[in-house]
Design a protein around this ligand. Sequence first.
Ligand SMILES: Cc1cc2nc3c(=O)[nH]c(=O)nc-3n(C[C@H](O)[C@H](O)[C@H](O)COP(=O)(O)O)c2cc1C
Length: 494
Amino acid sequence: MNSRESSPMTSLGAPANDVGPARTLRHWLAHLSRSGRVAAIDKPVALEHELAAIAKCLDGTQAAFFTQPGGHAVPVVSGFMSKRAWIAEAMGVDESALLARFSAAAAAPLESKVVGREEAPCQQVVHTSGIDLHALLPIPTHSEYDNGPYLTAGLVIARNPRTGVQNVSINRIQVHGQNRMAILLLPRHLYAFHREAEAAGDALDVAIAIGVDPLTMLASQAITPIDHDELEIAGALHGAPLPVAQCVTNGVHVPAFAEIVIEGRILPNVREPEGPFGEFPKYYSAREAREVIEVTAVTHRRDPIFHTIVPAEMEHLLLGAIPREATLLAHLQRSHPAVKDVHLSVGGVCRYHLWVQFDKKREGEAKNVILCAFGAHYDIKQVVVVDTDVNVHDPAEIEWAIATRFQADRDLVVIEGAQGSPLDPSTTVGQPDDAPSHLQGVSAKMGLDATRPVVYPAHVFTRVRIPGQDSVDLHTLVAADNSAFDAYLSRDHD
Ligand SMILES: Cc1cc2nc3c(=O)[nH]c(=O)nc-3n(C[C@H](O)[C@H](O)[C@H](O)COP(=O)(O)O)c2cc1C
């Protein structure tokens, strides 16, 4: 193994301008730990299923930190951004300002700051030959029918072969050889870069950064036009340019404070089988021929931490939800400024079901909002529009609005045969297993206008409320102990 070490860093390798709890993964984990939000599992845990099972049990309550995963010296962490409130905390804003903060960062990205290797903890140790990913890294197999170990939390970074501008995405990557991996590229920016390189007979250089802070993870999911480097959005979320280092075997720039970086090339005209793999809708993607990454180097911190996302758990769902919500809100507000808030529900896998809070002023407007939402992202399958007195983040409130303000013969919008998510298994019903991709994902769309009429007689649609309930101060009213109550009960009332 050709491994080299560079000069030592500070213990946590913190950048000098570190200001917030989410500056690096380590800072964020230390912050979570101080408030009891990290569960350290200090016993040997199998990489196949057991690790994911434990992380799943802790989902949304504590991050899981495994010190002995599959006999590896490298620990594994999972679930460190599995609550909306935690992500807001990482951003330093109230939960209600989450989408606005993300949108502001996406609108005003900060150019990254290139640092040398001596300032890049992710390159403290470098392997360029004899690479065996399974020996170097604790890569888990998550779900029952997954076809082996997968990288699920790596930021895949590549340059547009035409312009040189970087792109960042998270892609599932099956590690099916010592230095060979198959990657799922849905038709977006990375896919376009690869097709461009492939047409010229070239491989596409990539880097996969594993173990980055929550804000950089979130930025990777921004829905931007091509040629917007999501690392610059990460910089804006941090309030300071993101330090990046050039890879040792290619020209890609990676977050300098990543724990681990796998460098490689997506090969031209090579496809190898990948899957099945348990995906975010809680179903399996089929085994198909996918693009292949040949690994050219692995670099990492001296004592790296490996991050895995357990598919379909809250970390996975929220990573997709928040940037999408920010984009959907901005999209809807362009045509309908009276849209106040949006929410992608957990039951709708944070992708398919959109709830919209809207200040309706004219009849019919809610249906226009529904149609606008269908056009905003092909994943959106169901839209519910509610009034401003309904909390769009509370499933019980949405159901209440549907129960009391919606009539199916009058307020339902159904669009047949539109494009939906190819990962929604109900879209493929009636299709042969090997249906060509242009026939996959055909879906109906359903919109529910659950708003009340703009004008209504008397109190027909007035929400019941008790005067004074908002100003009750239970702290001053409720006795510190129940002695008066107990004394009352102990009296003889016979
Ligand atoms: C945990 C996780 C796994 C993902 N896996 C994939 C994947 O395998 N393939 C894919 O194309 N997108 C995947 N995505 C979505 C992309 O990362 C996301 O849509 C990204 O914004 C695409 O970037 P781009 O539009 O700049 O190419 C995943 C997202 C998350 C959060």
